[in-house]
Design a binder for this molecule. Structure first.
Ligand code: ADP
Length: 165
């Protein structure tokens, strides 16, 4: 069974993430979405809230792609998480040149920690490529419309959390 791990912070999950999840799910039998606790990043949503939003959004994707999609919180090293969930491959989304430098370093170091886990990169559809959770939060905070970047349920959760309603 081919198992893939797609790790990130998902604070919150965006249409960019969902685009990558759909593509990733078609490549594996089981896709584990690794949700990093990332206390340093000071997430807007708790780990439980981020996991619940991912699960809600992925139920339909699971049916569409025919592969199992599960959310898995993790706090340890990425490569250890990959081994814990039995993933042979780590999947990441690549947005722009800015992502490349960091991802390049991560692959290099992860490979030195464990050479048996491969990392592959996927690109979202052009209309989803520029979406970043950080900017979505900023736009929503400043009363901008984020409905082109997140699903209606996530949009509502954002407005509620930011006290916009
Ligand atoms: P991280 O804190 O690891 O950057 P994110 O939740 O921001 O976590 O992103 C998780 C993964 O999804 C990363 O590989 C990131 O590059 C990718 N990603 C996020 N948004 C997009 C997008 N719009 N297009 C392609 N990949 C994306």
């Amino acid at each position: 069974m081919r198992i893939g791990l797609y790790p990130g912070t998902f604070d919150p999950i965006t249409l960019g993430h969902i685009d990558i999840i759909r593509r990733a799910a078609m490549m594996v039998d089981r896709l584990v979405i690794g949700v990093a606790i990332n206390r340093d990043k000071g997430p807007l949503f708790s780990l439980e809230e981020r996991v619940a939003m991912i699960e809600a959004e992925c139920a339909k994707l699971s049916e569409q792609t025919g592969s199992e999609i599960v959310a898995h919180p993790f706090e340890n090293l990425l490569i250890d998480c990959a081994n814990d969930v039995g993933a042979q491959i780590i999947l990441r989304g690549l947005r722009a040149v800015a992502d490349f430098e960091y991802e390049y370093q991560m692959v290099g170091m992860n490979r030195m920690l464990d050479d048996s886990v491969e990392t592959a990169f996927l690109m979202a559809d052009a209309k989803h490529q520029a979406i970043a959770s950080k900017l979505v939060k900023e736009i929503a905070r400043l009363d901008g419309d984020v409905s082109k970047f997140v699903t209606p349920a996530v949009n509502k959760a954002l407005l509620d959390r930011l006290g916009k309603r």
